[in-house]
Design a protein around this ligand. Structure first.
Ligand SMILES: [Zn+2]
Length: 310
């Protein structure tokens, strides 16, 4: 450790980068990444979210392939990939996934060290205390439990309860298991390029099999087949350009089924949103190429089973 991590202010290894004006950083908390000088200017309050992205991407074995480069230009895209529209509820889901991943036996507990030490960026917490708060909230909900008869003065640890395992299974059903991505969008030549040069290549680059019903089915109506396709999908990308009722229906159905939805919209169309869905973060795009880049970053950060392509 020869320096200070620009994301978490903790001790980290810093080396000057050969390719950009900035450093290559290896941090126990934030992972392995490259950062251009000044990249975080104006984003001081979001540093912990950026750290979550770099750490989740680095995984257990940091490599050049998994190394994200943070630049002045791409921080907004990196942040757009952080799915926390549900606020605390999203943090809690990430935390449950974390506990499941670290609990080696159903009757075992995960270690306190892991709670507050170096893993808090994985759940987009600001620090270990916030991570602990997520655990305690889950315990109050009955999804986690502490060891019976624990001395309150001592270190704490948690494990999943039966209800917690149930919730983990619901989370896993929707996203981790299926490589099928359902695309809900307007069927008009105007947005053909958004599909061909934006959504489809983004999903394919991440290992998804994109499904768009109109390509195999002439009619534009909600039927049993569409519902079945959405049900089978691990992800739904809903583009609201043109504000078609069917897209709202399909996104709503996916939410009801617990399937992650990525909301996108051409920037000039965004203000015409019909329903009050603006509480959901939308990726706003101007051209298919920028839609593609935003989607890749967003989905890779949100879906650990579909990391960024090399
Ligand atoms: Zn760090």
């Amino acid at each position: 450790m020869n320096g200070t991590c620009p994301l978490c202010d903790g001790a980290a290894d810093l080396q000057p980068s050969q390719e950009i004006v900035g450093n290559v950083v290896l941090c126990d908390r934030c992972g392995y990444f490259r950062i251009e000088e000044g990249a975080l200017d104006g984003f001081e309050q979001e540093r912990h979210l950026v750290a979550g992205v770099t750490r989740r991407r680095s995984g257990l074995r940091p490599s050049v392939e998994s190394r994200l480069t943070l630049t002045r230009d791409n921080i907004p895209d990196v942040l757009a990939g952080v799915q926390l529209a549900g606020g605390l509820l999203d943090h809690l889901d990430y935390t449950l996934e974390y506990v499941k991943g670290h609990q080696t036996r159903s009757d075992g507990f995960i270690e306190y060290r892991e709670l507050v030490g170096t893993d808090y960026p994985l759940v987009f917490a600001r620090d270990g205390n916030e991570f602990l708060h997520f655990q305690q909230t889950l315990a109050k909900q009955g999804l986690l439990e502490e060891p019976p008869g624990r001395d309150p003065a001592r270190r704490t640890s948690f494990r999943l309860t039966a209800a917690g395992w149930q919730r983990v299974r619901e989370l896993a059903k929707t996203g981790q298991d299926s490589n099928r991505a359902f695309v809900a969008m307007w069927f008009e030549p105007e947005v053909k390029a958004a599909w061909e040069d934006g959504i489809r290549p983004a999903l394919e680059a991440l290992g998804y099999d994109p499904v768009r019903i109109d390509l195999t089915h002439g009619e534009n109506k909600i039927d049993d087949r569409i519902i079945a396709e959405i049900r089978r999908s691990g992800l739904v990308v809903a583009d609201f350009t043109g504000h078609r009722g069917g897209v709202y229906f399909e996104a709503g159905l996916a939410i009801g089924l617990g399937i992650p939805v990525v909301w996108t919209c051409r920037r000039q169309d965004y203000q015409q949103t019909h329903f009050d869905t603006r509480q959901y973060q939308h990726l706003l795009w101007d051209a298919p190429e920028d839609l593609r880049v935003q989607l890749v970053n967003h989905i890779a950060a949100r879906m650990p089973a579909h990391p960024l392509p090399e």
